[in-house]
Write a protein that binds this ligand. Sequence first.
Ligand code: FMN
Length: 184
Amino acid sequence: MARILGICGSLRKGSYNALLLRAYVDSAPPDTVIESANIHEIPPYNEDVRQVGFPAAVGRLRDQIQSADALLIVTPEYNYSIPGVLKNAIDWASRPPYQPFNEKPIAITGASPSMLGSGRAQYDLRRCFVYLNAFVLNQPEVMLAKAHERFDKHGKLTHQGSQKLIVEQLEALGAFIKRVRPSG
Ligand SMILES: Cc1cc2nc3c(=O)[nH]c(=O)nc-3n(C[C@H](O)[C@H](O)[C@H](O)COP(=O)(O)O)c2cc1C
């Protein structure tokens, strides 16, 4: 059984990215379970606070990242880059004594009402994960454009092309986990 931790970079109730994460959860193959991280309670990064100890929400996130077989990061795009809350969560989680992103398989996806589907934020995330030595899946890329037109009133993804890509990305991530962590 592969255990994937989904991290959504939007705190908004009606978030398209949260709906996209739900579409991944619903599309997971039988041997895969996708859990969702909660980054709502993570405070702004402060090194003075870290010196005393990780806030509880950060400790939980670090444990979840450490024990997951892979991460699925679902990111909006803010001002052509990574939303602050998501970057903040990654910054907190990445600090010593152990660095839970190290050699972690990661798939990146995201949604935006624009035509580019959060692609620029996704590429900035890839750059962070170079430094953190994570193993980011290259293909397929999933950039859900025109997100406001892609879900029905129940929040279900209606765009068949995107649904197909989600399934393909989850399959690719499953194979990637086996390649990267053959004993896991
Ligand atoms: C501060 C801010 C900056 C934004 N910048 C971008 C951007 O650079 N590119 C883009 O496609 N959308 C941008 N948007 C619009 C978001 O894509 C849109 O609000 C989207 O719904 C956010 O994702 P969510 O629905 O998961 O919350 C921005 C929104 C905010 C609040």
